[in-house]
Design a protein. Structure first.
Length: 129
């Protein structure tokens, strides 16, 4: 099953970016084809993978339509953990981001770029938690 998720916009001095992700969700059960970090006694897991993504609002400053300039890969799993009467959800998400900086970004102060990268990181961490 696939879902489109619109995340909260990220505000920066010069622009606003709204991350949007198309996420594929798959249930697995009975320990079959589980990732290596998940114990096989867990009855079911939910795997997720970003299959398509957009950063609306960033095209003005950065050509993200060119796959050689920006790459994002997000994969993970969520599963229940139980001990006695207590239960909770555990998760593990792996995110890989790579990009080539546009020549126009040379005019943006380094601390502003660092703040923007930190905002993106915090947004994805809040999605993870």
């Amino acid at each position: 099953e696939e879902w489109r998720i619109k995340m909260p916009p990220i505000q920066c001095i010069f622009f606003s970016v709204q991350p949007i992700a198309d996420v594929r969700l798959r249930f697995k059960s009975n320990g079959e084809d589980y990732p290596p970090h998940i114990p096989h006694h867990i009855s079911q897991i939910l795997e997720l993978q970003f299959i398509k993504w957009e950063l609306q609002g960033l095209n003005t400053f950065y050509n993200i339509d060119d796959p050689f300039h920006f790459s994002l890969d997000v994969r993970g799993s969520i599963y229940p953990e139980r001990r006695g009467k207590l239960s909770w959800l555990k998760n593990q998400i792996e995110m890989k981001i790579s990009f080539v900086v546009s020549p126009a970004m040379i005019f943006v102060p380094e601390h502003v770029l660092q703040d923007a990268v930190e905002l993106v990181r915090m947004l994805f961490l809040s999605f993870h938690i």
